[in-house]
Ligand binder design. Structure first.
Ligand code: C5P
Length: 211
């Protein structure tokens, strides 16, 4: 089973497709975020799927009223995304507006230092929301494996934990998995390396050995 998600945060279409082609053997999924969507256009989603033949996660961190979330997510699912990442703090109506259109992943806690200011203190409420809404998964920080364990202990069985923050932000893939994550998201450590395929292979092997 593959557990690695590539966060493909580059601007250029050609570069994105090349990295996807090189690394796809080791990936469960590819995650695109605003940098690539703004740089290469929404059609890059379909091209990546054709190139890499893996699920596509659109990390838009939607945080708007239900109608606007629905309008945005509709376009993104239509473009070929399999999962859309949404913020939970806007409330369950905003999240459900996206879930009616396709699979969602809810941000429960972020991986950067500033996450401690506002989002970590409300994590319990966001976990409860996830347990009620039953998304495909939630996002939890690899930079704080103890938070992954905590979130896992509160989360309804079957909801996946996807965790960014490995490598460039200092988190460890192995520790994240041991703490209870299902999938590990890695960006810069792979796409900025001289040999993205080799880096992806190493992460994949680390993840395979971790359990
Ligand atoms: O380059 P790096 O491995 O740090 O990339 C992490 C990816 O995960 C980025 O696309 C970032 O936007 C995303 N992300 C994150 N922390 C979250 C949610 C998403 O780092 N809580």
């Amino acid at each position: 089973m593959k557990r690695l998600v590539l966060a493909l945060d580059v601007y250029e279409r050609e570069r994105a497709l090349e990295i996807a082609r090189e690394t796809s053997d080791y990936l469960w999924a590819i995650k695109v975020n605003w940098p690539l969507i703004l740089g290469a256009g929404l059609d890059v989603i379909k091209e990546l799927k054709e190139t890499a033949n893996v699920p596509l996660i659109a990390d838009l961190k939607l945080a708007d009223i239900p109608n606007t979330n629905r309008l945005i997510a509709g376009k993104v699912f239509e473009a070929g995304a399999d999962y859309v990442i949404v913020h939970g703090f806007t409330g369950r109506d905003s999240v459900n507006a996206v879930k009616e259109l396709g699979e969602v992943i809810i941000v429960v806690e972020m991986s950067h230092p500033g996450a401690e200011e506002f989002i970590q203190p409300v994590a319990d409420g966001l976990i409860k929301l996830a347990n009620d809404v039953r998304p495909f998964g939630v996002i939890a920080p690899a930079t704080r494996p103890e938070r992954i364990s905590y979130i896992r202990s509160k989360l309804r069985d079957g909801i996946k934990i996807l965790t960014p923050g490995v490598g460039a932000q200092g988190g460890s893939a192995k520790k994240a998995l041991e703490a209870g994550a299902d999938y590990v998201i890695v960006g810069r450590s792979i796409y900025e390396s001289k040999n993205p395929r080799e880096k992806a292979r190493k992460f994949h092997e680390e993840l395979m050995g971790a359990i």
